[in-house]
Design a protein around this ligand. Structure first.
Ligand code: ATP
Ligand code: MG
Length: 420
């Protein structure tokens, strides 16, 4: 924003009438100011450099240089600029590419005044809440404050098959798309890892390459082992077989996550549905736990038990975000009844994506990339926004001394016994 507090906007469209119409719509908004207009991508890049706008309204199809190429260039030049892509209906492949290029929002033409104002204010708010970042010579992004700590977000369910791995992968990509910050994904299901398949990643480097050299663990070793997904999310894969996974201890996981907290703004962790040491170590270390449930009685029963255990483990209330996955009104159970029963509000719902999400898993392309406008993708993008904009809660268990944390072995039973 300028000193006067206005959101500075650059309009990019090859049609003069569209540019003028958008400018007119914005004219009476007291907190928004159109600082420049461009007729193609090339002009947009030059004007973005000259005027340093907060928000760019970018058309996709333009002669000379299209909106996606221009978005990519602008984001490289200044990752702080928020790009809103404007397109006509049916350009979903373009939208996916635009998202990868770093666009924050999409508006479908014809654009209503209300949607326009909302989107501009939304992306601007998002920029204000995301971690300040600047470019490194290598093109990587680092926080201005080196000592800043990222958020660890564990995705967990006390029932298997609820969609933890699929949601974790999509959430990591969505966080990257929404914030352009440094995002990592850890496959914490070290016995039956799934992220290599879900994200179609081929790499022979896994968490075992870290645990084998745990005494030498540092950022260089970590970077060597992480696989890079096309979304720019860095992924720590699980071992290729269960026997290797058994070698990973809860202490290993704690050390690795603590290092990753320093190297990334967000670390999303896929977990195994259990209360074994390894999973407990992840839940303890996490700042937020996305507790996933479905509208099935066995799952609701387990969620209730999990919430009781979380209380006993003294997890702060705000650490746990209850999320309903595969949400569908035809399942015979009302969300309000569940909330009453478990005495807890469902924070967010992810729509039932039936075949679409399974297809995306089988194709190795997360739904938020292959179908960004799908209802389930939108819900996951909302989840990402919510996690990114919420203040980091102070999780009680994170403040425990390391010595006490390593004593927390022996599963849930001995953990809870020692608390008595
Ligand atoms: N929102 C959704 N709508 C419909 N199906 C979904 C949704 N999310 C996940 N699924 C489906 O649920 C199934 C289980 O997904 P996933 O493997 O991610 O679950 P999980 O909780 O990690 O399972 P596991 O306990 O085996 O690790 C998959 O077939 C996936 O396609
Ligand atoms: Mg899983």
């Amino acid at each position: 924003m300028t000193e006067e507090g206005k959101i500075r906007v650059l309009i990019v469209d090859d049609i003069v009438d569209t540019r003028d119409q958008l400018e007119k719509l914005l004219f009476f908004e007291k907190d928004i100011e159109v600082v420049a207009k461009a007729g193609n991508g090339r002009e947009a890049i030059a004007m973005a450099q000259q005027y340093r706008p907060d928000v760019v309204l970018m058309d996709i199809n333009m002669p000379d240089m299209d909106g996606i190429t221009a978005t990519e260039a602008i984001m490289t030049q200044d990752p702080g600029i928020q790009v809103i892509i404007m397109s006509v209906q049916g350009e979903t492949d373009y939208l996916r590419r635009a998202m990868l290029a770093g666009a924050r929002e999409f508006l479908t033409k014809p654009i209503s005044a209300d949607d326009l104002y909302k989107s501009i204010r939304h992306v601007h708010r998002l920029a204000a809440t995301r971690p300040r970042a600047s470019q490194t010579p290598s093109g990587g992004v680092v926080s201005d404050d080196d000592s800043s700590q990222g958020q660890i977000i564990a995705v967990f369910s006390p029932k298997g098959g609820v969609g933890v791995s699929a949601v974790a992968a999509n959430l990591a990509v969505a966080l990257r798309q929404q914030t352009n910050a440094r995002v990592a994904l850890v496959d914490g299901n070290v016995i039956f890892g799934a992220q290599d398949v879900i994200l179609n990643l081929v790499s022979n480097r896994t968490i075992i390459d870290l645990t084998n050299r745990i005494a030498e663990l540092d950022r260089d070793l970590l970077n060597d082992v992480l696989a890079v997904h096309t979304s720019q999310v860095k992924v720590l894969l699980a071992p290729s077989n269960p026997q290797m996974g058994e070698l990973v201890t809860s202490d290993h996981l704690r050390s690795i996550l603590e290092l990753m907290r320093k190297e990334f703004d967000y670390v999303v962790v896929d977990t195994h549905s259990s209360f074994q040491d390894r999973t407990l170590a992840i839940l303890d270390t996490a700042d937020r736990v996305v507790a996933l449930m479905t509208l099935e009685m066995p799952c609701i029963k387990n969620i209730k038990l999990f919430l009781e255990v979380a209380d006993l483990l003294e997890y702060a209330q705000e650490k746990i975000l209850l999320v309903l996955n595969k949400a569908d009104s035809r399942l015979g159970i009302r969300v309000s009844n569940v909330e009453e029963n478990i005495k807890r509000k469902v924070g967010l719902q992810i729509a039932n994506a039936a075949q679409d999400i399974t297809l995306s898993i089988n194709q190795g392309v997360p739904l938020v990339m292959s179908k960004p406008t799908h209802a389930a993708s939108r819900d996951i993008l909302t989840l990402a926004r919510e996690l990114a904009s919420a203040a980091k809660p102070s999780a009680k268990t994170n403040t425990q001394p390391a010595s006490e944390q390593s004593a927390q072995r022996g599963g849930l039973f001995s953990r809870l016994m020692t608390k008595r």
